[in-house]
Design a protein around this ligand. Structure first.
Ligand SMILES: Cc1ncc(COP(=O)(O)O)c(C=O)c1O
Length: 374
């Protein structure tokens, strides 16, 4: 990324001089790398500021350009706020939104969308279905390929928020049967503030109402000067993730086993939230979500300043509302409030996992003692 902040500082939109061409070349190369990584063509990639913007462009863009055909959108209760909030705004503007439930925590398919329910929710005026590929709180991997077939058979566009999936599990837009897909650089160790939206160009060609107008960049779908260094970093980060995916996933699986078994040994009354850890095809290997009965997850997190974990969703950690995802699984409010989410990643080591087990278990025991005394 470094040269693109200094000597190769041209604007990728400047077409009349060598400085602009150099920047444009860098963006073209990055676009090709990112497109190939998801089985798309370069012209199907629209660069954005991140997955939040990609989701907004996909949802509002499709809704607004399809208003005449129908104003109904189907999505899922456990989506990220970057999907639920734009859908809320659309519903305030006259669109109708149906949020389908997911399987509850007492079922083996916990967290998965029931295809029958999704099918039933689709109406003749449905213009879009949006289902995330991997959930950020419980790591559940949705059966998007099957959802894609349902949407295809009804001629309805399918969007997926793949922010937690791209670079972590194999993702191919053709296999998934998606028409739009959001993802982001900073979830794969790339720079913050860069993302992309995949927009299918053929069979069918997706029509989108742009949400930003201006200089006509990104084929007028997203105006604004491109973040050249960020885009270069995004592509490099994604290439590294693809190279390391298999080895890294085995390593993370082992680290998560170590973390979970260590915690289970060290503390009583611990329950796992979300799909079983033994099925890697159902749950992202770097994700662990547990409830520590009788403890306030927020207080637990705040008592461990040396451990970067989250209670509920990190993206909404300014919002103290108990996690809508865990609630959607039918987990009691008490257990939802006592939950903690661990994300294991590339730079985590076994020593850090052991440190986490020690710190979490000591803190849980201390807080439980204090609760008994009060
Ligand atoms: C599933 C999901 N969607 C969207 C976002 C928002 O992404 P960004 O921070 O790139 O806007 C996040 C961020 O955590 C996420 O996990």
């Amino acid at each position: 990324m470094l040269p693109y902040w200094t000597e190769t500082y041209g604007n990728a939109g400047s077409t009349s001089h060598v400085f602009g061409w150099d920047a444009q070349d860098a963006v073209d190369t990055a676009r090709q790398i990112i497109a190939s990584a998801i089985g798309a063509s370069a012209r199907e990639i629209v660069f954005t500021s991140g997955a939040t913007e990609s989701n907004n462009l996909a949802l509002r863009g499709v809704a607004q350009s399809n208003r005449r055909q129908g104003g109904h959108i189907v999505s899922v209760l456990t989506e990220h706020k970057a999907v639920l909030d734009p859908l809320n705004r659309l519903s305030r503007r006259g669109f109708e939104v149906t949020l389908v439930p997911v399987a509850p925590c007492d079922r083996e398919e916990v967290g998965l969308v029931d295809l029958e329910q999704l099918r039933d929710a689709i109406r003749t005026d449905t213009c879009l279905v949006s289902v995330m590929l991997v959930n950020n709180e419980i790591g559940v991997i949705q059966q998007i390929g099957e959802i894609g077939s349902v949407c295809r058979s009804r001629d309805i566009l399918l969007h997926t928020d793949a922010t937690q999936a791209v670079g972590k599990i194999p993702v191919d837009v053709a296999d998934l049967g998606v028409d739009l897909m959001s993802f982001s650089a900073h979830k794969i160790y790339g720079p913050k503030g860069v993302g992309a939206l995949y927009v299918r160009r053929r069979a069918p060609r997706v029509r989108l109402e742009p949400q930003l107008d201006g200089g006509g960049q990104e084929r007028s779908l997203r105006a604004g000067t491109l973040n050249v260094a960020g885009i270069v970093g995004f592509a490099r980060a994604l290439s590294l993730c693809l190279e390391e995916m298999q080895v890294e996933n085995t390593r993370l699986w082992q680290l998560r086993q170590r973390l979970f078994t260590g915690l289970c040994r060290a503390v009583d009354d611990l329950s796992l939230n979300g799909p079983a850890l033994e099925t890697p095809s159902r749950r992202l290997v770097g994700n662990l979500n547990c409830s520590f009965a009788g403890i306030d997850g927020e207080a637990l997190m705040m008592s461990m300043r040396d451990l970067a974990v989250s209670s509920g969703s990190a993206c909404t950690s300014t919002n103290p509302e108990p996690s809508h995802v865990l609630r959607a699984l039918g987990i009691s409010d008490d257990l939802v409030r006592s939950s903690l989410r661990f994300g294991l990643g590339r730079f985590n080591t076994a020593d850090e996992v052991d440190f986490a087990i020690e710190l979490v278990s000591e803190t849980v025991k201390r807080l439980r003692r204090m609760n008994r005394l009060s």
